[in-house]
Design a protein around this ligand. Structure first.
Ligand code: 3EB
Length: 330
């Protein structure tokens, strides 16, 4: 997608973006603060809370103790539940999450269809109808061969549950495999009353144009999404994909370097300043736990001072060993 460059300039009249940060504090403290839209825990042992703004993400964190991810808005936040959807909203922003157990929905395709169908029905009740960013965490993502691989079944179910909901353009997204003991599909999203701008990566084919070899249904996501005020870029799951092909099979360091080149190209396409800083929370997904220390060392060298939450997750193509996503704030 080519954007007129004036579209990318800051729009100070629109609501400032929410803030996203990693913090070492108890979830109850983060939830008690004014303006907390959502709090994410990455440590399997974190105690459960009934607050709809609290979400335990089913990924092990390589940092112990794991930090929390906290989303803040400059407004009063309300929250609630709507069937299987939990949500919170304030200042024009909306967080919504759904978790469906595949054992109750005949597998991953049905779970994805039902989850997206329910999320879309919920979104149609809200004023915050512009979905900017989605995260998908899927059990056993690479199980199965060819079109039967579970990630591809997920893509089929996602497309069928969405129908034409994203006919005007896809949000930024991540789809990662988790290793939780329960086969639960977890999806959460960020939406706003105002539209963002989808950004594509000039080094990568747009995912919705991927050729048939990657599955019956092309994955529907944008490489990045500029927030409505153009003050932050939400970065989709980014790996060593050039054009549509995976690069550097079996070479962790080369894949990570290629991913960083892809991220810089995306920042440039979004007219964001180059590089990352202390206010650019990134997340790393590492396929093999034995690679975590190497990934951390390489990232500390290449992105010094940048907060990176490193998790154990499977990338949706079996040959990919590492993926990054996150935020660049202007
Ligand atoms: C890629 O570049 C890696 O299916 O929503 C990245 C981000 C990937 C999102 C998705 C998939 C998705 O194709 C895979």
């Amino acid at each position: 997608m080519v954007q007129a460059s004036e579209n990318l300039q800051a729009k100070p009249d629109l609501p400032r973006t929410l803030s996203v940060a990693y913090r070492m504090s108890p979830p109850t403290m983060a939830l008690a603060e004014a303006g907390t839209l959502a709090v994410f825990g990455f440590d399997a042992g974190i105690p459960f809370s009934e607050d709809p703004r609290w979400l335990r993400v089913p990924l092990e964190c390589f940092d112990a103790p794991a930090p929390l991810e906290v989303w803040h808005v400059d407004a009063t936040v309300t929250c609630g539940r709507h069937d299987n959807v939990r949500w919170s909203a304030g200042g024009g922003w909306l967080f919504a999450a759904i978790e469906l157990d595949e054992r109750e929905t005949t597998g991953i395709e049905g779970a994805a269809r039902n989850a997206y169908d329910e999320l879309c029905r919920f979104m149609r009740t809200r004023d915050e109808r512009c979905v900017l960013r989605i995260w998908n965490y899927i059990a056993d993502i690479n199980l199965g061969e060819g079109d039967a691989e579970r990630y591809k079944q997920f893509c089929d179910g996602r497309a069928s549950g969405l129908g034409d909901f994203f006919a005007e353009g896809f949000p930024a997204a991540t789809a990662i495999g988790h290793h939780d003991s329960e086969p639960v599909l977890q999806i959460y999203l960020l939406a706003c009353v105002d539209e963002g701008i989808a950004v594509e990566n000039p080094r990568q084919m747009s995912a919705w144009r991927y050729p048939r070899q990657y599955g019956r249904t092309s994955p529907g996501f944008a490489r990045g999404m500029l927030m409505p005020a153009r003050d932050a870029l939400a970065i989709s799951g980014t790996a060593a994909v050039i054009g549509h092909a995976s690069a550097h099979e079996d070479d962790l360091e080369a894949q990570l370097n290629e991913t960083l080149v892809n991220l810089e190209a995306l920042l440039a396409a979004a007219d964001m300043p180059e590089g990352f800083d202390a206010h650019s929370p990134l997340k790393g997904y590492v396929r093999h736990a034995s690679d975590a220390a190497r990934v951390r060392a390489l990232l500390q060298q290449r992105l010094p001072g940048v907060p990176v939450l490193l998790t154990h997750g499977d990338i949706c193509r079996h040959e990919l060993l590492v993926e990054l996503d996150g935020w660049r704030f202007r």
